[in-house]
Design a protein around this ligand. Structure first.
Ligand code: SF4
Length: 201
């Protein structure tokens, strides 16, 4: 059972290949200064709890779109790796043709990542910045969980499943910090990157 804040259908080329449905969990261990999704940290009572079976019933309506386009379900949030058992169960009961992705900051213990890494088709990882001072200033947390998990992915040889998002964050990092993070990740064997700028409203 997990609390969801949104089920967003018919997304194209935003969080995975083909047509995807984004399933967003409540809860996140980070405290990003420009949080892109503040409801995931707000009052949980206005949202509903789902079992994997209930979620499958609801997203099944797009089965034909998923199968025809090579799409599927992307778990985001909030932090999906706070709910690894939910994702494992959903993967087991959904059609094997559906592609399952996660969008994660990896700010979780490694055993949570290990439960889902082999089962999902793709991992979109928002690292913020690999410099611990910048990471701490921006997220309010130390980066050791992120770094442990990146190292584990590299040792497991799963880098090609990952798209690493490298944001330029006004007031926190610079283009040269972004380049340094990218080089550090490339040395670890990561090859797919998405560099972009946070739009601050
Ligand atoms: S990781 Fe995402 S959801 Fe969590 S605080 Fe940062 S921006 Fe918000």
């Amino acid at each position: 059972m997990a609390r969801l804040i949104a089920i967003s259908r018919h997304r194209i080329a935003t969080d995975g290949k083909g047509v995807t449905t984004l399933v967003a969990f409540h809860g996140c261990p980070l405290d990003c200064r420009y949080c892109l999704n503040e409801q995931c940290k707000g009052d949980a009572h206005k949202f509903s709890d789902y079992t994997p079976e209930r979620l499958l019933d609801e997203v099944w309506i797009d089965d034909l779109y998923f199968q025809a386009t090579g799409g599927g379900v992307t778990f985001g949030g909030g932090e999906p790796l706070l709910h690894p058992d939910f994702i494992v169960k959903f993967r087991r009961i959904c059609p094997p043709e559906w592609k399952i992705n996660i969008e994660s900051s990896l700010a979780v213990p490694t055993h949570s990542l290990q439960k889902v890494a082999a089962l999902v088709d793709g991992m979109i990882i928002d690292v913020k910045d690999l410099n611990n001072d910048i990471y701490h200033a921006y997220t309010g947390r130390d980066s050791h969980l992120l770094m442990n998990n990146l190292q584990w992915i590299a040792e497991a040889g799963l880098q090609d499943k990952c798209l690493v998002r490298l944001p330029l964050i006004k007031g926190y990092n610079t283009k040269s910090n972004v380049s340094r993070s990218r080089i550090q990740l490339a040395v670890m064997g990561f090859r797919h990157f998405d560099e972009f700028k946070y739009i601050i409203k």
